[in-house]
Design a protein around this ligand. Sequence first.
Ligand code: PRP
Length: 210
Amino acid sequence: MSEMINIALPKGRLGERVYAIFEAAGRGCRSVTEDSRKLFFEDETARVRYFLVKPSDTHIYVERGAADIGVVGKDILLEYSPDVYELMDLGVGACRMVVAAKKNFEDETGGALRVATKFANIARGYYDGRGREIDIIRLGGSIELAPLTGLSDVIVDIMETGRTLLDNGMEPMQTITDISARLIANKVSYRFKHAEITSLCDAIRRSIGK
Ligand code: PRP
């Protein structure tokens, strides 16, 4: 019998879309969609176990081998550079990493540009490449509030529909990179569960038409 595959799935909207892809690939686990607070699901027949994790924690489960594979945004891979294999672009969760500011903002500050973000490494890499000195202000969420309250000059954050920026009188100034959901694998699991992971990848490719 083939080995079980342990899958770290991000909780929330992205997770629901990603789970639908796994289900269409014949690796569903009915109880995942039940209305409960459970975080761990197993389907003996489909040979899968799902763990529902916070999106920004997925790479930790996979890098340390608690999960064999997982799904993360490209933003997380760029920010944390986890030691995992990036297997596939799943083509969902498309958004952009942008620099944004209040409408009509001009970078005329002589000193360091104050940048509020959850993505300090991405922001630093972007501005280092431009030789612009910055002062990073790390926040956990509601990043758009920083320029509005005078906490920062700009933000580096994810934009999906653009609604949050618009509703707060802000606009994107530059795109740093495009983002989408990626399937990742633990490096040891990829060797020892190679047949199982490869066959799952093939089924996913067929189901998303890649
Ligand atoms: C993310 C991101 C933006 C928003 C962008 O926030 O940080 O605030 O979504 O989406 P939009 O362009 O469709 O408006 P999230 O909802 O993850 O909450 P957060 O404030 O805790 O980061």
